[in-house]
Design a protein around this ligand. Sequence first.
Ligand SMILES: Cc1cc2nc3c(=O)[nH]c(=O)nc-3n(C[C@H](O)[C@H](O)[C@H](O)COP(=O)(O)OP(=O)(O)OC[C@H]3O[C@@H](n4cnc5c(N)ncnc54)[C@H](O)[C@@H]3O)c2cc1C
Length: 468
Amino acid sequence: MDIQGTEKLRSEMEGPVLLPGDEGYDEARALWNGMFDKKPAVIAQCKSTRDVVSAVNFARENELLVAVKGGGHNSAGTGSCDDGLMIDLSLMNKVEVDKDTQIVTAQGGALLSEVDAETQKHGLAVSSGIISHTGVGGLTLGGGFGWISRKFGLTIDSLVSAEVVTADGKVVTASESENPDLFWGIRGGGGNFGVVTSFRIKTHKIGNEVFSGVIVKKFEALKEYMRFFRSYVRKMPDEITIWLVVRHAPPLPFIPEEYHGKLVALIPFVYLGEKEKGEELIQPVRDAEETIGDGSGMHPWTAWQQGFDPLVEHGARNYWKSHHIKELSDECIDVIYKFAQSMPSQECEIFVPHMEGAPSRVSSDATAFPHRNTPFVLNIHTRWRDEADDKKALKWAKDFHEETEPFSQGVYVNFLSDEGSARVRQAYTEEVWEKLVEVKRKWDPNNLFKVNQNIDPQSSWRQHDLVH
Ligand SMILES: Cc1cc2nc3c(=O)[nH]c(=O)nc-3n(C[C@H](O)[C@H](O)[C@H](O)COP(=O)(O)OP(=O)(O)OC[C@H]3O[C@@H](n4cnc5c(N)ncnc54)[C@H](O)[C@@H]3O)c2cc1C
């Protein structure tokens, strides 16, 4: 490492530049997924767009590998790298709401909790993810969905513009009217095109409380419940979102003690509207198979958004496999039921979000997020503590994923692990991939930003067909 260069970077930057051994270095390089213990040669803790420009120029001039850390949540560990430069955006977490336009501006390192805190002061919300310590950066650049996206679309569908530091160190705006190709690419193409220093996102009026909760069923009733779930939720208006999580029951007050630590089916839901109407829509869910716990009621939005946080705190070992599911056929349900019974730890989850609604009404080539007609996602959240269990945990996830493959169609880029370039393409279609490559060639021809689900500027879909 060229220390001379590091000193220059330090003198240019307002935020700290950390080297191995410096105070704060280990904290800054830590990622949500404890599987990764990467040690960057330099960490640039940026405080401003100018700092980001200095860091990007430093990386390019020194031919360093660059990783960009927003919230550090990506399960593939792409927020850091070994021996290169980590651009840590965690100090760039300011969030401001313009009450008149109802647009929120969030810096590139803000967390969802920080966006919720500001927007909720005005009864507003961004359609985003369900774990509040996730970063706005990675989530938005991959697409972004959560409890209210069936009503309001993906996070990218509400993105108005972004400020981007490009590979050549320029600061540009990406929007429908300025650099529209870049704007298209950052809505689903991840961090491939530059460092986003701020996002301007349209918010939606939801008030401060929502009718929401978790209904609990016995695991033994899972197959029957899923047969009801697969058709019922698809008939529902966009105002209600009903998902399914199979896991060992956490010790929550509304779950009878005898079920704590036992496999159960959790059915979380959110309704945007009057409670009475929500009760009417959710009653058939309560009635389908025996309900053994019910935590539904009016909940503050911020509390609801943080409700699942304790189950996925930072630091545990995680391995995610995912795909979009065409149809929850009886055969697919059988596979889910089978693998649920051999979960390698109490912290694993099988997560089945229902996706249809506003996202599906946006055309598949309008953004770089083409798989918009998927009814369900199947997320295999493998989570454990002991390194000695790695092999067992990974095998469970891979086997489960392979057996559900016949029911799948594509994948959400933000749920990919490190699965190779052919798999990255499955997050896209041929048309979208070719356009992504074109945009990449224009904005990052030398692939400076490659620590991500990479769009190699030299690649093409056809070449992939031949190679794989
Ligand atoms: C527990 C958990 C729950 C999740 N829930 C949801 C959910 O409900 N909905 C959903 O859509 N997704 C969800 N995700 C997936 C999540 O969207 C991705 O993991 C996302 O990458 C996290 O973003 P981050 O900024 O925290 O991650 P990081 O690891 O910091 O970043 C991931 C990648 O994004 C890029 N990046 C991040 N910030 C920037 C930036 N400002 N500029 C340029 N590039 C940047 C970089 O390439 C980086 O490698 C969840 C993930 C986890 C682990």
